[in-house]
Write a protein that binds this ligand. Structure first.
Ligand SMILES: Cc1cc2nc3c(=O)[nH]c(=O)nc-3n(C[C@H](O)[C@H](O)[C@H](O)COP(=O)(O)OP(=O)(O)OC[C@H]3O[C@@H](n4cnc5c(N)ncnc54)[C@H](O)[C@@H]3O)c2cc1C
Length: 429
């Protein structure tokens, strides 16, 4: 595709900002349309996988993410009576793989500063509600009735509640019954702040977790993201009950959290998150493409959403280079993304009831089997590939090194230092 396409990107979340940065660098003319008056991140922290890091490496932002975030090597989860459910390490898959726990504000700032540095125009306070295509050009309309365009291409990266996803394009849009509350905690002594995503479970109805996320923007104190699973209607009940009784419940399950719970002073210190299974019949229409959560929201159980959004943005930019016709490129994009995205949609849907449901059997099966499965070499490898974001099917996976052109992912010999990138050419292995 010749550069200089005029592209509208709806939404300045992870997927939208990344798409803007890739496309501007490729010589196109993207513009971002964001509903908020000031672009901002929502939520607490998330886990970047080797896939997401490989995509950030293409923008030269991976090292910054690693420096600001917390390197995560291990995932540990236990149920009552210290029954170990997960005890796995990225290193068991490849010595140079790891995740990075990162504050959403940090990831947002990295991408936002890059987009600003590249002079991508951002139209704020502009909520897009509709789009139409005439004479091979696409237009978008905001909620004040103003029309913007013409554009050669519109990218919808407006998240799980995309207004452009029309009824006929949706195969499934089903909210998960359980949700979660999330908060950020200071962890100055890094009691939880190193190397681990940790979770505790009781049956499938209770899940509490701590993820080290490094520093927040403009704050040197190491932080953790705390999360607590909520049953249907649980948020309203939690707001009504107040914090004291709830804090006792949390520390009853996990006494080491007691010194941290005082940091939550009011219910406003925790954000409520709900999620849906969104499956579209296809991600493209005439000169319109859906990426990120707008295309494929899932439960966050596998920690993949932002990583999938980064991959969508990167692969779209690559595929636009290889095609002369936009609609051909969009078809090729959908084909290229299908296996990776479908695998994680299905895996999230399959796995979530074991961690967030009222199904007693799911909890019992998990407690009886997951610990053993983690020790079975084949299953353990497949679990780790799933976690690392590299699965493309039940028996297939890919190498995130193939997604960035100059580098292959490598850790230093000390392994804990953020010098994991070397100028090693990508071998594609
Ligand atoms: C509790 C929880 C935990 C998670 N943990 C992880 C994790 O560990 N790892 C991981 O990879 N993912 C995780 N995720 C998923 C991840 O947060 C999302 O997949 C990711 O943020 C989606 O990015 P996005 O850019 O597609 O959408 P969003 O981040 O939702 O961004 C959409 C943007 O579009 C704007 N917008 C919306 N509507 C309009 C409109 N009509 N007009 C203009 N602008 C609009 C919004 O204001 C926003 O700026 C988690 C999600 C949840 C809920």
């Amino acid at each position: 595709m010749k550069p200089h396409l005029k592209i509208a990107i709806i939404g300045s979340g992870t997927a939208g900002l990344a798409a803007a940065a890739y496309l501007q660098k490729d010589g196109h003319h993207p513009e971002i349309f964001e509903r908020f008056d000031e672009p901002k991140p929502l939520g607490a922290g998330l886990l970047l996988q080797p896939t997401g890091l490989a995509c950030l490496a293409n923008l030269g932002l991976d090292k910054k993410a690693i420096n600001e975030g917390a390197i995560i090597h291990n995932i540990y989860g236990s149920a009552s009576h210290n029954n170990v459910i997960f005890d796995i390490s990225y290193r068991d898959l490849k010595p140079h793989y790891f995740g990075v726990g990162i504050h959403r504000g940090t990831l947002f700032t990295l991408l936002y500063e890059e987009v600003t540095r590249l002079h991508v125009p951002i139209h704020t306070g502009c909520e897009i509600i509709d789009t139409h295509c005439t004479h091979e050009q696409r237009y978008i309309t905001d909620k004040d009735g103003d029309t913007h365009g013409p554009f050669d291409l519109v990218i919808d990266a407006s998240g799980m509640r995309s207004p452009l996803r029309k009824h006929g394009q949706i195969k499934l849009d089903k909210p998960y019954p359980f949700g979660a509350i999330w908060g950020v905690l200071d962890d100055p002594d890094q009691a939880f702040g190193k190397d681990y995503l940790q979770q505790r479970y009781d049956g499938a109805h209770m899940m509490v977790g701590m993820l080290a996320i490094g520093r927040a923007p403009n704050c040197p104190t190491p932080k953790c993201t705390f999360f607590w699973s909520l049953p249907p209607g649980g948020y309203e009940q939690w707001l009504k009950n107040g914090l004291d009784e709830w804090k006792e419940t949390v520390t009853g399950y996990w006494p080491e959290l007691e010194p941290f719970m005082d940091q939550f002073k009011t219910t406003d210190d925790l954000a409520h998150a709900q999620y849906s299974d969104i499956i579209m019949k296809r991600w493209h229409e005439d000169r319109l493409i859906f990426i990120g959560d707008a295309a494929h929201n899932t439960s966050p159980q596998l920690g993949q959403g932002a990583n999938l959004g980064l991959a969508d943005a990167f692969i779209l930019s690559q595929i636009l280079k290889d095609h002369d016709d936009i609609n051909d490129a969009l078809c090729a994009y959908s084909k290229a993304r299908k296996n990776h995205i479908y695998f994680y949609q299905i895996a999230s849907r399959w796995l979530t009831p074991f961690f967030q449901s009222h199904n007693k059997f799911a909890g019992l099966i998990r407690d009886a089997s997951f610990g053993l499965l983690c020790k079975t070499p084949y299953v353990k490898t497949e679990m780790l590939r799933t976690l690392a974001g590299i699965k493309t099917g039940l028996f297939t996976h890919m190498n995130p090194g193939q997604w960035h052109t100059d580098y292959d992912l490598r850790t230093s010999s000390t392994d804990s230092q953020p010098s994991y990138l070397t100028n090693k050419p990508n071998t594609g292995k």
